[in-house]
Design a protein around this ligand. Structure first.
Ligand code: IVH
Length: 686
């Protein structure tokens, strides 16, 4: 390649990588698969190796990640957070091992092989055993302070819990990965789809998006976990000298560590361990995308020839397993109209076997995605199981184009009802989607009816896709309230419908009149209302009318209900069409009272049940909202003024008259640390 051609290709690659970086790191919305990204990145690095003048300080190769987003405080990492160099072949692993061995002469080396967990890197800082700071990697030198989000991770210890004989270091900073287990991710996605929200592409995107949320209460509903595998700053402790012992030490301090670790003493053993990991990793229950090979001896890592490059240590390397992909023919693109009217393009594929199942359809997400990937009907495409769950079209195979492929015309009218479609933002405000504007669109009506009958909602047996389709086509159901007027004869008269199944279905509808309120609430298909939100609402409010009447502020008093959800609910109940629907359901005798309702003061759950707190002054780490959320999550109440009824005052810097009053009344005053200690205490307070 001529220098001019290399420079042109380099700037093209750099621009692409920057755009993908921004999408991934800043917007938490990746625009290509990791494999594709790695390919671009490697091409860029190879070009720079061949033409060193291209390696300018602003090249994407010269930094670890994207710029942190505004909204979180920035923190400097006391020890930079490094990335890892990736390899894809056993030869490169051997070359790496030899490279490390060389400066160390003949001494026999030991290696550790750990799973590479496919999540988001974080740094966790403990001072005197207390979790005081959690941060993202950011650009490696500075990251976002996401302490309050990380606090919501159930397996992240808020204080270290050493086993007997293990001393707590004065300062301990550990590095690790936040991730979502596959089952939890699937459940979360199912809930999002049911609540009319966009599903996440894979567990890692879902983790990245979750950690970027500014409302820790929403974060708390995302089932994330952390695992730690490395060391940052440490003082006041004797640090083990080997990686394997380091992990054992972490574990003895109560920190979660990778579930498997291999040690090896020769290149053959290293490669064997990598292979073995590949066979067992699928049973881990979370995604791993490689093996990390590290020099076991921590002191040897300090050798001047093995220290870090600007972005990665020389003593470690990641071997990436190839993702499971397959090539197939894209026969057609169809459009699915969902319950919310969203038009989703779907790839109809020539069936192909991919990681354990036959795939014949894959989502193309939306029009923008189709255009960006330049996907045409008749293309050979590469599909991948993103997150080993939802098949997605990664890219087309341009070499296999014959010229007969055709561009897909995105419909300008709803393919179901021919009504106009409009381009709208998705529910999370991050993407755009075409939506059918006709609430009476048969596809939307069917979607709403199916959702109402679904097992997680009103659980009406026989109310599946086929039945609903026929009811709507026959004009027997326009909304869910029509179900309650159906006669068995009407249902039996539908095509291919036996009398028995008709009778069962009608009996199922009848039984649904007494279903719990949360099922009804979820069944209504209100944007953002999933089952857990519906349950939280019916714990907080005595009946549907109380929910319908509530202001957004009142709705937010229910557990885990933030502004977005509260407004979605409030708006739904303000709509006259929805008010009519509620009245028709009431007239049909559905249950509007909540069996889960517990008046707030009687709440017996949580360490703060029945306790009233007053917050005053500035706390070192927690914001007022965060402290309030913790108190409420523990079943307590926050009051604005100190009285004899106050149980605790939590005081920070510059606490004023409230603190004086508390002292005068003899009310216990807590600092942040002792307050936080109480939030983790399982025993009820005295
Ligand atoms: S060690 C100084 N060990 O993979 C080296 N990283 O692609 C720090 N990762 O930035 C990394 N599992 O976010 C290490 N067992 C493991 C890991 C691991 C996942 C992530 C980490 C790193 C990225 C590099």
């Amino acid at each position: 390649m001529t220098p001019a051609a290399a420079a042109a290709r380099h700037s093209e690659l750099a621009a692409q990588i920057r755009a993908h970086d921004r999408a991934y790191y800043v917007d938490a919305r990746p625009t290509i698969s990791d494999t594709e990204y790695d390919r671009l990145y490697r091409e860029l690095c190879d070009l720079e190796a061949a033409h060193p003048t291209l390696q300018t300080p602003d090249s994407p190769s010269q930094r670890v990640g994207g710029a942190p987003i505004p909204g979180f405080n920035q923190v400097s990492h006391s020890v930079p957070m490094m990335s890892l160099e990736n390899t894809y072949s056993p030869e490169e692993v051997r070359a790496f091992l030899a490279r490390v061995q060389k400066p160390l002469g003949d001494i026999p080396l030991r290696w550790t092989i750990e799973p590479k967990i496919d999540g988001i890197a974080v740094s966790l800082r403990y001072e005197q055993g207390q979790f005081v700071l959690g941060a993202t990697r950011g650009d490696g030198a500075k990251g976002d302070d996401i302490t309050s989000n990380l606090r919501t991770l159930r397996n992240l210890p808020l204080r270290l819990t050493p086993t007997e004989g293990t001393a707590i270091p004065d300062v301990l900073e550990v590095r690790g990965e936040v991730y979502m287990a596959t089952a939890a991710f699937q459940k979360l996605n199912a809930e999002r789809i049911a609540a009319g929200e966009e599903p996440f592409a894979n567990p890692r995107n879902s983790t990245a998006g979750s950690l970027k949320q500014l409302d820790p209460r929403l974060v708390a509903r995302r089932p994330m976990l952390v695992v730690v595998y490395g060391l940052g700053q440490v003082s006041g402790a004797t640090v083990p000298t080997r990686q394997a012992d380091l992990l054992a030490w972490f574990r003895s301090l109560g920190l979660p560590v990778p579930e498997r670790l291999w040690t090896a003493q020769s290149p053959e053993e290293v490669l064997h361990a990598i292979q073995e990991l590949d066979t067992v990793r699928r049973s881990f229950g979370y995604e791993t995308d490689g093996a990390v090979v590290k020099l076991d001896d921590l002191q040897l890592r300090d050798h001047e020839k093995l220290r870090n490059t600007s972005k990665a240590p020389r003593w470690a390397m990641a071997y990436k397993y190839a993702p499971e992909q397959a090539e197939t023919l894209l026969k057609a693109i169809t459009i699915q109209v969902g319950r919310t009217g969203a038009l989703t393009p779907v790839a109809e594929l020539e069936p192909v076997f991919l990681s354990g199942s036959t795939v014949s359809r894959a989502t193309l997400h939306n029009e923008d995605e189709l255009r960006r990937k330049d996907i045409r009907v008749g293309d050979r495409v590469i599909i991948e199981k993103a997150g080993e769950v939802i098949p997605a079209v990664v890219r087309v195979v341009p070499e296999r184009r014959t010229g007969t492929e055709t561009l897909f015309e995105f419909p300008k009218a709803c393919p179901e009802c021919a009504s106009p479609v409009a381009r709208e933002k998705t529910s999370d405000g991050e993407g755009v989607v075409w939506r059918c504007q006709n609430p009476a669109c048969p596809a939307q009506v069917r979607g709403r009816l199916e959702h109402w009958c679904a097992r997680g909602a009103m659980d009406i047996e026989g109310g599946g896709e086929v039945m609903v389709h026929q009811l709507v086509a026959a004009g027997l159901a326009h909304d869910v309230s029509d179900l309650y007027h159906l006669k068995a004869e009407q249902v039996a008269a539908l095509e291919r419908m036996g009398e028995k199944s008709a009778a069962n279905f009608v009996a199922g509808i009848d039984a649904s009149r007494s279903r719990e309120l949360w099922r009804l609430l979820f069944g209504l298909g209100i944007l953002h209302i999933g089952t857990s939100t519906a349950k939280a609402l019916s714990r907080r409010f005595p009946d549907l009318d109380a929910i319908a009447r509530a202001t957004p502020e009142e709705l937010m008093q229910a557990e885990d209900i933030g502004e977005v959800i509260a407004h979605s609910l409030h708006n739904w109940f303000r709509d006259p069409a929805n008010q009519d629907l509620i009245e028709r359901l009431r007239a049909s005798g559905l249950t509007f009272t909540s069996s889960l309702y517990r008046p707030p003061t009687e709440s017996a759950a949580g360490p703060f049940a029945g306790k009233t707190f007053v917050l005053t002054g500035t706390l070192p780490n927690l914001s007022r909202e965060q402290a309030t959320a913790l108190i409420e999550a523990g079943g307590g109440k926050v009051s604005g003024s100190v009285s004899k009824k106050t149980h605790y005052v939590v005081a920070g810097d510059e606490a004023g008259s409230k603190l004086e009053k508390a002292t005068a009344l003899g009310i216990p005053v807590l600092d942040e640390a002792s307050f936080l200690a109480m939030t983790t205490s399982p025993a009820p307070l005295a």
